[in-house]
Design a protein around this ligand. Structure first.
Ligand code: HEM
Length: 400
């Protein structure tokens, strides 16, 4: 019996011929596979996982699937365009075919959310490429040579940039020694409890006014003075704002905002992070009152930084002693202590603890900021460390 063989499709077009359009069957099969992969990619979104282990597994799986998606997309793009329908209305695109796995990059149109990095970029000191990437080695050099930070302090600051973007960007950031300053808003350092002056995308005058409302009166031409105490009051007010779901600033949680429920993220991550940022601000750009020795930054300098994206003059940084880890730790500890005990509720708590003969909290330097904001640290050794998100939630809910 003679078999009729189907004509085989040539792999390469003969010389001088244009490539033959891909058979519709191939295209349809590729598109179906692509749809399925996109569904799988969405199902492996690490943000939907409960434990860290599941999150890591999901993100590895997602990365593999996304690689296959990219290959298939390239394969489809290289095919000749699909033949247009001869007549009738254009077929409706099924909802499932929409590519929801790609991030919408509206963040790129917004101001850089860190006022300091924003001003460094605006001044041209820190060079940003067209995609928003900056080199962390350049940031370190600016901090050492222009900002007069000790090399250790500058390195410690710059390396936080590896974690500045999303969890899936860490490896790329490490390999490239870079971070993307246009994507900090959706990154892991973004946290609730901040001033939120730039969180919405542009300078927010109302939030700036609320921030500097905590300032002490300033000298001539200074506006007001933000001191350790002023910043501590701002930290407390901002934490109160974001702990309450009704007043929390939208989008304040960044990439990790989903891990801890409700206002807990503000207490555990937000307050200590704000203390770190304001301590750096005060140490690096502030001035010292010659009469009292108190460190402050003027509200006029803050306005110039947040709104006009301008750093204080380099000469100011270079004329003060070099800022090192010890200065920074001291300011953080004082601010953490003030945050916990400088407020009326904190003072009452401290009074009660002293009356009962308990050790006052926050007196051990660096631990102050943590003790001020975390119930586990606050309770010290009397409480077992939480081992799961659920235990953590119960512990914090019971003590806050
Ligand atoms: C690798 C370096 C840095 C990264 C990745 C980074 C990242 C960020 C991010 C994500 C925010 C937004 C926080 C939020 O709104 O939740 C922020 C705010 C801020 N950062 Fe940076 N930053 C860096 C360096 C610095 C340096 C060197 C300083 C000071 C010398 C600084 C001071 C601040 C201040 C003051 C804020 C604003 C806090 C507020 O308005 O409440 N940052 N930074």
């Amino acid at each position: 019996m003679t078999r009729v063989r189907a004509p085989s499709t040539p792999l390469r077009p003969a010389a001088g011929q244009s490539p033959a359009p891909a058979p519709t069957a191939d295209r349809t099969a590729l598109e179906a596979e692509l749809r399925d992969l996109r569904r799988q990619s969405r199902a492996h979104d690490p943000r939907g996982q409960l434990t860290y282990k599941d999150m890591m597994r999901a993100s590895q799986e997602k990365a593999k699937i996304d690689q296959r998606i990219a290959k298939l997309e390239a394969q489809l793009a290289s095919l000749a365009p699909a033949p247009a329908p001869v007549s009738g209305p254009a077929p409706r695109r099924p909802v499932d075919e929409m590519d929801r796995s790609r991030p919408i990059r509206t963040e790129r149109d917004m101001d850089i959310v860190c006022p300091v990095l924003g001003a460094m970029v605006a001044s041209g000191k820190l060079q940003m490429d067209a995609d928003g990437n900056v080199k962390l080695s350049q940031l370190r050099d600016i901090l050492v040579h222009d900002h007069n930070l000790s090399p250790i302090m500058a390195r410690a600051t710059a390396v936080t940039g590896f974690a500045g973007n999303g969890p899936l960007d860490v490896l790329g950031n490490l390999l490239g020694n870079e971070m993307n300053v246009l994507e900090l808003r959706s990154g892991m350092i973004k946290h609730p409890g901040d001033s939120a002056i730039l969180t919405g995308g542009k300078f927010d005058q109302g939030r700036f006014d609320a921030f500097v409302a905590h300032a002490a009166p300033g000298g001539p031409g200074e506006g007001g003075r933000m001191t350790i105490e002023s910043f501590a009051r701002a930290v407390q007010a901002q934490a109160d704002r974001d702990q309450d779901g009704a007043t929390r600033v939208a989008g304040s949680g960044g990439a990790l905002g989903w891990i801890l429920p409700g206002g807990l993220d503000t207490v555990v991550r937000g307050q200590p992070s704000a203390v770190v940022e304001y301590s750096a601000l005060l140490n690096v750009y502030g001035q010292t009152d010659p009469a009292t020795g108190e460190r402050y930054i003027t509200t006029d300098d803050l306005l110039t930084l947040y709104r006009d994206k301008q750093l204080p003059p380099s000469a100011r940084m270079q004329s003060r002693p070099m800022t090192g880890v010890a200065d920074f730790a001291t300011t953080m500890a004082k601010m953490g202590y003030e945050t916990a005990f400088g407020t009326s509720s904190g003072t009452a708590l401290e009074g009660a603890e002293r009356a009962l003969g308990a050790e006052p909290k926050g007196t051990d330097g660096m631990g102050g900021a943590g003790k001020a904001s975390c119930p586990f640290m606050h309770g010290g050794a009397q409480k077992a460390a939480p081992m799961s998100p659920a235990e953590n939630h119960l512990l914090h809910a019971a003590t806050s």
